[in-house]
Design a binder for this molecule. Structure first.
Ligand code: PYC
Length: 329
């Protein structure tokens, strides 16, 4: 009876191969699903190369982790991997319901808290390698971390674009680890009741930027739209609404979006190096940020927020399940 142990072995292998170990955290309300086990084989080259391989050969893994029935549209995935730089505690590739992100500020805070929860790092300063550069995290408590982000800058100021159903919209183009179009005049009050209207407006603006060939550096797509308005809390500086590439809104104030905002404030001389900026999100959560100047155009933003572990476990992909790559709309 050779076949029984053989079948058992195969079943065990399948169970192991199809298990994805995760920890879910939220940072100021925005979810991150941190994958620490069972990720795709992407080699050990530079992280941008691994992202290209991920997108080409293992995109079903992204879809499995993020899309229903195992995930949901608002979650950002963070695949932990070996860094190429040995001074880094980990490498991390961020992804969402639409594709891959250069950096993710709320996600990096969530990763820091999750690495500590998993017993992989102590409190204190650590480096994390991302596809767009190395960032530093300072884990101050088990639930509070600041990130020193990649250099950020404003590319264009006061760009005008004609938007269907809205008219002329004016905004700045800035990089904070992702590309943003930042609009000072929100099309609707920044309250949760207006999420649908804000999402529709932001989607139209993004399409108009695309139609008009308005891009980031080297033709990079501007895939995040950010509206600003007055804060609700007396001690905050601003409130925002951030539209993400897959049509979801960021529940947090968006770490890369806050970095882009600091770059614009710095360029306008409206915020001095080291001066704190409290950015409130559409749900009322907040990041406290400041920056150091590198040169006339570039700054290094520091963004501090809180993250909490929500759950942990394994995603399972059974061989006969027709929806292991999620439900695609
Ligand atoms: O916090 O940088 C961020 C972010 C990007 C997309 C969602 N959150």
């Amino acid at each position: 009876m050779e076949t029984v142990p053989h079948l058992v072995g195969q079943l065990v292998r399948e169970r192991i191969l199809n298990k994805i170990g995760f920890v879910d955290a939220h940072t100021e309300g925005e979810p991150t699903r941190i994958i620490h086990d069972g990720g795709p084989e992407l080699g050990n080259g530079p992280l941008p190369e691994r992202v290209a391989r991920f997108a080409k050969s293992a995109d079903d893994f992204r879809q499995c982790v993020i899309l229903e029935p195992r995930g949901w549209d608002a979650v950002v995935g963070a695949l932990l991997c070996e860094p190429t730089d040995p001074t880094c505690a980990a490498g991390v590739i961020f992804f969402n319901n639409a594709g891959y992100l250069g950096m993710c500020g709320h996600g990096a805070v969530g990763v820091a808290v999750a690495l500590h929860y998993l017993g992989k790092i102590d409190l204190g300063r650590h480096r994390l390698e991302t596809p767009v550069g190395i960032i530093e995290i300072d884990l101050q408590t088990p639930n509070r971390a600041s990130i020193e982000n990649v250099p950020s800058y404003r590319l264009h100021r006061g760009v005008e674009v004609e938007v269907d159903g809205i008219g002329t919209v004016v905004g700045d183009v800035a990089w904070g680890g992702n590309w943003f179009f930042l609009i000072g005049e929100s099309p609707a009050e920044l309250i949760l009741d207006n999420v649908d209207a804000l999402t529709t407006a932001a989607g139209r603006i993004r399409n108009a930027l695309h139609r008009n060939g308005i891009t980031g550096t080297d033709g990079a797509e501007i895939d995040h739209i950010e509206f600003f308005g007055p804060p609700h809390a007396a001690d905050a500086d601003s409130r925002n609404f951030v539209y993400c590439p897959g049509g979801q809104y960021d529940r947090s104030p968006c770490g890369t979006g806050t970095s882009a905002k600091l770059a614009c404030l710095a360029a306008d001389g409206k915020l001095q190096p080291g001066q704190p900026w409290i950015q409130e999100s559409i749900i009322g959560s907040r990041f406290t940020a400041n920056y150091a100047r590198i040169d006339e155009h570039n700054i290094v933003p520091t963004v501090m927020g809180h993250a909490f572990i929500c759950s942990e476990g394994n995603l399972i992909r059974q061989p006969l399940d027709p929806f292991t790559s999620g439900i695609r709309c």
